[in-house]
Design a protein around this ligand. Sequence first.
Ligand code: PBG
Length: 318
Amino acid sequence: MKRLMRLRGSQHLRDLCAETEFNRAQLIQPFFVVEGLANEEPIAGLRGNVRHSVASALKQIEKDLADGVTQFLLFPVPAEKKDGNFSQQLTRETISEIRRQFGDSLCLWVDTCLCSYTTHGHCAVMNDKGINLAATLDELANSAVAFAEAGADGISPSDMMDGRVARIRTALDAKGFDLVPIMSYSTKFASNFYGPFRNAADSAPQFGDRRHYQLDVRNRNGAINASLRCAEEGADLLMVKPGMTSLDLIRPINEQTGLQVGAYQVSGEYAGMVLLAEQELIKFDEALLETWHVFKRAGAQYIITYGARYARRLGIGR
Ligand code: PBG
């Protein structure tokens, strides 16, 4: 009889045979900084994550650094919503304060999108006909340059507008930021799993939905094509999102582009585990670790997760 169980008999043997491994440097912790906030505010479903003021974000980062987190993804949420000419003051201040306090002990990625800035909550500048692509690309490129000037280590465009990676790359290069990488949300689906995030980032669309710019989950070719396009436009790192519903796409995208692909375990996916744990239906830490190993098995190079700050507690080294 074939005895596959023989190699599972002890932790030593299981570790000997483990094919996936990763370290804390490959986990990215998102955080929200909300303008004008006096006190931290909880975010429904996102255990361990709150809406921060600049001051409380700095405290959280200090704690996270002590816990071994080194990669962060900032979501700035301005108080004033507009329809264009967006101010990047909050983001600039946040980035430069982080740089001033923590120097290069962390790697700071900044999400670049407009949905937290606009009155209507869409990821673009709109006119009567719909998306005003030219104006949107201008805003995104200006944002990226402002973030790089303030000291961001990398730019993460999450808007899914055609041509944004090329425009951002050109704008960064023109200002001498040719070594600032772009981590593109390259395969991003229209999804039901962004719910907790939209509460945290004030970014729910006020009319319609995002299906005219985010991807259709039914389409594998469209999904791969979107990442190929970002690669051609000059993205340095690619990403699938939501991660848990895009596992099948990670390897094909990596193989076809030669670029590393990360997975974003989005707010609804994370909150699902939080809620199951609250009902005592799963053990939170073990479930979280299970999903991270699955991302790795599927070929993800890095993972963006609201639980990155628990990595050391979960036994993930270095
Ligand atoms: C902004 C953006 C979204 C997320 C990241 N950037 C929401 C959306 O596209 O509606 C979702 C992240 C999450 O759910 O954790 N475009």
